[in-house]
Design a protein. Sequence first.
Length: 329
Amino acid sequence: MVAHVGLISLSVAFPSMHCLPRLGFTKRRPFAMAALSDDPVQEWILTEGKATQITRISPVGGGCINLASRYDTDAGSFFVKTNRSIGPSMFEAEAIGLDAMYKTGTIRVPKPYKVGPLRNSGSYIIMEFIEFGASRSNQSVLGKKLAEMHKAGKSEKGFGFPVDNTVGSTPQINTWSSDWIQFYGEHRLGFQLKLARDQYGDSTIYQKGHRLIKNMAPLFEDIVIEPCLLHGDLWSGNITSDKDGEPVILDPACYYGHSEAEFGMSWCAGFGGSFYNAYFEVMPKQPGFEKRRDIYLLYHYLNHYNLFGSGYRSSAMSIIDDYLRMLNV
Ligand SMILES: *[C@@H]1O[C@H](CO)[C@@H](O)[C@H](O)[C@H]1NC(C)=O
Ligand SMILES: *[C@@H]1O[C@H](CO)[C@@H](O)[C@H](O)[C@H]1NC(C)=O
Ligand SMILES: *[C@@H]1O[C@H](CO)[C@@H](O)[C@H](O)[C@H]1NC(C)=O
């Protein structure tokens, strides 16, 4: 998931300004009038977005799955992602996740504005444009703000999320459950194990993985697990900072889960001591944290195995084997 694919065929994706419709009869808002008929993104920006003029559309690098652009207007800038080949449900799920995080009023995330279908096929999401800063965000501020989000993002329905979403491009099932061990076993580990069996015929990892799921309850003994709002895919590629150095997190795979599951991508996140110290000041470390660490990595290793192939299999397998030995099952 670290690969960044170059932007494809800019001339097709970003029609230059002189390709846009010529001035109409009325001198007032000609651009708006012409654009309204053919592009739902411009239509939204020029109506609900309160702009009267789009001054510039420029490509933005970073994300690897969708095309991203920045729209500068007389009402500020907007960030837009489009994908020509999928319906709006993926962006809808992203918007619901961003909105849930945004509403905690803790860590900075772009505010989502609008999701919809493109004219012929595909879909778009429009959100707040955040100007990123040059430097990495302060690790202790990041830890504190993330913990504040976990603390503030409460769920009345238990573990899950109002919609399914995707982690990388793998579906992530968020059916509500009141039982975390059941939820994590079925919808996280179990889902990935099934994918590995279906796609690679890997029945060894499937069977051993299920033996672990059936026997993992002792790892969660003596703690109360509250559903917390999680970003769900927190690695360095999805963490940045704004121009004031405030941490910003992007591209979530949100759900309500055990706070510790947020560290499942920590092998790709570069969290240091000052991050964890600040985090635990707000969300105290629970007994047994260390012995559960790897079971939360396991979900993401399995996902990488499913997305990128066998290079990740041995990491997943050795976590499973170590737990089976430790639990003596
Ligand atoms: C966030 O991570 C996902 C993969 O997990 C990736 O597809 C996406 O491009 C990342 N976002 C950015 C801004 O790099
Ligand atoms: C659109 O989404 C699909 C499915 O996630 C992805 O494979 C494809 O690369 C995306 N591309 C563009 C340019 O829209
Ligand atoms: C990070 O922020 C903390 C708390 O605001 C501050 O004490 C510390 O000096 C900062 N660290 C860096 C490297 O700027």
